[in-house]
Write a protein that binds this ligand. Structure first.
Ligand code: FNR
Length: 185
């Protein structure tokens, strides 16, 4: 019995704080949860003309989403919304009409930013988009994380100051996934 979780990171930056958060977060999950890092940086720009013949990279991306029981989005905030690369990926896997790969999946959202608002606006936008895509997003706790020294320790784990909070986030997420997927195949 294994829950397959697709993690989607909204930053392509090599030293991304959000990627570091994703890497540290998965270590807080129980052993029956396995994670795949589904990359979005290789996808072409979405063009509706291509719906009838989606590119190989798009088909691969969609099948990796379909294979997952549930999703985690870890994304920065760009100009008070989600990065364009993430919106591009969301649009790709939602199409063609009637073949939305996101549909019905439970999800969690987190983000880290140097700003005190901790990606709150981006997360709110993302919730709006995911509602349209028929994704069931965990409502609480909200994870608005501020990047500062000590957020990660030297091993890349969550530092002491945030560990308990992020563990409780993960525990709630695990319960949310199990509620939606009682027996994973
Ligand atoms: C940002 N940044 C940012 N931060 C924020 O809290 N709110 C915002 O609206 C924005 N806007 C924004 C726009 C653009 C185009 C960039 C490049 C950056 C700063 C951002 O939080 C910071 O660069 C993070 O380090 C990005 O996340 P990663 O790449 O470290 O995961």
């Amino acid at each position: 019995k294994e829950y397959r979780i697709a993690i989607i990171v909204g930053s392509l930056r090599k030293d991304s704080f959000n990627r570091q958060l994703a890497n540290a977060l998965v270590r807080l999950a129980p052993g029956e949860f396995s994670f795949s890092d589904v990359k979005i940086g290789e996808l072409p720009l979405y063009n509706q003309d291509d719906d009838a013949r989606q590119a190989e990279s798009v088909l691969r991306f969609k099948s990796r989403i379909r294979e997952a029981h549930a999703l985690i989005f870890v994304t920065p905030e760009y100009n008070r919304s989600i990065p364009g690369v993430l919106k591009n990926a969301l649009d790709h896997a939602s199409r063609p009409s009637g073949q939305n790969a996101w549909s019905g999946k439970p999800a969690g959202i987190l983000g880290v930013s140097p700003s005190a608002a901790g990606t709150a606006m981006a997360q709110q936008h993302l919730r709006n988009i995911l509602a349209a895509l028929d994704v069931a997003v965990l409502a609480q706790p909200e994870a608005f994380i501020q990047q500062k020294d000590g957020l990660f320790d030297q091993k890349g784990d969550i530092g002491e100051g945030s560990r308990q909070f992020l563990q409780s986030w993960m525990d709630r997420y695990v319960a949310w996934v199990k509620l939606h997927v009682p027996s994973p195949l």
